[in-house]
Design a protein around this ligand. Structure first.
Ligand code: PMV
Length: 318
């Protein structure tokens, strides 16, 4: 059996603007997905575990259970299997990342699958090849609406600045609290919505994207200095700009305001495509406990994480 795992990610600054070429800054987190492959003569079997079976349906004739989260993962795996012309194989997916939540679960699955399947077939791809191929496959499944942010972070780990190019940033880890609204989102439809708005109001949205890109660039030296007060301020500004382009939601805003209020956060914003999914906050002087409590009381599911974690790695090779 060959197993590879890859991290999820958090976009600290720059989501949506990055799709149109502005800068984003993101970091890999300590939740991971893993993909194991082994020979299985006579067919292709894909098994999913730990994928938080939310939104399932059942076929009453066959008794088969379909989970929308699992179906989501299977679409990405099928694309990788097709790319490698893989047959007679069993693929097992495990993930501690909630799907469709803005934490890069599909990218972590694609990147792990590319490494595991290529190694199983006897080839050793460079990280650059894994990142490029994973981006192409993820973009195909999402009908062209994706930037390389998630697949690059899942591959290289650490922190990356993404615009027209991907550059590693040597930055210390940032401690954050993530609040999951429990509402899954579709990256594809949020990106489509924003891009349509951009077509209707190009001069307005271009200006907003430019401002978001400047925030990403201002944030880098602040990250290096661990200047949490100013990073928090930039998060608040970035959140307002994301609201302006229509990717906020009542649930996200409640978590953001609870974090800044009772939670004592230095700043808080949506992370990822928005419309649901997650927000992030920088803990204030009182630490992460009051922040996690405030998020929980506002109806969210909080967890603490640190950015800058390791990228894709081989866990096991038989
Ligand atoms: O899939 P998510 O929710 O992590 O969103 C990714 C960030 C976007 O900028 C909205 C899309 C992209 O591909 O960069």
């Amino acid at each position: 059996m060959t197993t590879a795992s890859a991290p999820g990610k958090i976009i600290l600054f720059g989501e949506h603007a990055v799709v149109s070429g502005a800068a984003a800054l993101g970091g890999a987190i300590d939740l991971r997905a893993s993909v194991s492959v082994q020979d299985r003569p006579g067919g292709i079997v894909i098994t999913t575990e730990d994928l938080m079976l939310k939104g399932f349906s059942i076929d009453l004739q066959s008794g088969q259970l379909f989970s929308s989260q699992a179906a989501h993962a299977v679409r990405y795996i099928s694309a990788v299997l097709q790319e490698f012309d893989a047959h007679d194989i069993e693929v097992r997916i495990k993930s501690s990342l909630p799907a469709s939540a803005g934490l890069g679960s599909s990218a972590a699955i694609v990147v792990s699958a590319v490494m595991a399947i290529s190694r199983h077939q006897g080839s050793s791809l460079s990280l650059k090849k894994i990142a490029d191929l994973s981006f192409r496959l993820e973009r195909e499944v999402q009908d062209g609406l994706a930037s390389p942010t998630d697949t690059a972070l899942a591959t290289y780990g650490g922190h990356l600045r993404i615009s027209r190019e991907i550059s590693p940033c040597n930055l210390p880890p940032l401690e954050l609290v993530v609040g999951y609204t429990g509402v899954p989102h579709s990256t594809r439809s949020e990106v489509e919505k924003v891009q349509k708005l951009k077509k209707r109001y190009p001069e307005l949205i271009d200006g907003i994207f430019q401002a978001i890109g400047s925030i990403s660039d201002r944030a880098q030296p602040l990250m290096a200095d661990q200047n949490k007060a100013e990073l928090g301020e930039l998060m608040n500004i970035n959140h307002g700009l994301l609201e302006a382009i229509g990717v906020g939601s009542r649930e996200l805003c409640e978590l953001v305001y609870a974090s800044r209020g009772a939670g004592g956060a230095m700043g808080a914003k949506i992370t990822g495509a928005g419309g649901g999914g997650c927000m992030i906050a920088i803990p204030g002087p009182a630490g992460k406990e009051p922040l996690m409590t405030a998020i929980r009381q506002a109806g969210g599911r909080p967890f603490a994480t640190k950015t800058g974690q390791e990228g894709v790695r081989l866990e096991r090779e038989a």
